[in-house]
Design a protein around this ligand. Sequence first.
Ligand SMILES: [Zn+2]
Length: 380
Amino acid sequence: MIKYQGMSNLKFDIEKRQGLARVGVIHTAHGDIKTPAFVGAATRATVKALTMKEMRELGSQAILANTYHLVLAPGTDLIDAAGGFAEFSSWHGPSFTDSGGFQIFSLPDVKLSEEGASFKSHINGDKFMMTPESSMRSQWQIGADIHMAFDQLAKSDKHEDMLRAMEQTHRWLDRCVAEHKNLADDAEKNGRYPQYLYAVVQGGTFPDLRAASAKYEAALDVDGFGIGGVFVADGMDGMLQNVNSILPENKPRHLLGMGQEPIDLFVGAEYGCDTFDCVGPTRMARNGSLYTLDGRINIKNAKYKNDFTPLMPECDCECCQNYTRAYLHHLFRIDEITAKVLASIHNEHFVVSVVDKIRESLLDGTFADYKEEFLKRYYK
Ligand SMILES: [Zn+2]
């Protein structure tokens, strides 16, 4: 168990800036995250089809689990009893938890009150209530380094609905900050390692609400920011420019749930986001939809049956270094488990590497060239 190191606020060093983009290092008790960085989706404390050793070897720096899913199974008491997320999952690097707001408010029978949200488990129908306080306690029990505040997600194209959800999110955020502080004080007394809180910026697709949310949250004592809620990739640059021009420069920003399309990683980094997570790359991998520098391909397609070249010759992942497209095609056609494993290794490595290269290109001043060259070839 890692002990408390006297870090009361999350340390984030910015090495270089270019416009709104930054290159930095987030320091957690479980290690550093060099940013910009792609964070692997470990929703249920596992990255589907991959072991934690494979995640480390493919270059992942950090992973993100989901509080909603872990509250349902195996329960946060159990993860706490195991010694926390790192011990339980054997991921000993930096980690995040999302609050579960997004998932809970996507359930069909969720009931909202000022107190919190009541809902039924999608697994067995059991009734649950999540409040800002219970979300904070659950996240401290899980023990990831960085937590997201419990937010209300609204899916609406009406300004009044989004305003109401944003205001609810802000009232809950105040309660999250208070509860997080209590839990952080307890942890310090007990010699437990520090855990940090990100506020989640809401406002949907309305620029005035995004700006209002960023302004409200910028003034709070939080360690960083998640940029969440519903927005479309089209126009994401303007939304991020709006929000990230308001958020304090010295705190890290996480773009929630974006990164399936490589262009979103370039836009996210360019407009000031430091970390990204998305279930898309591994989900697509399990379906045989695989990234190459020339765009995504479906490896199940008959044209790959006799293709004895690597999936992506430029890639240094375990899959591309050792296996051919014909072999992957065969594994997918017979529905072999290994197909999902190799495909997930490649897709996850691909997005992790794209963001690593964005970092390098920002450092050596070639970001604009890298972006143009990559996107031209990928989306031609
Ligand atoms: Zn590969």
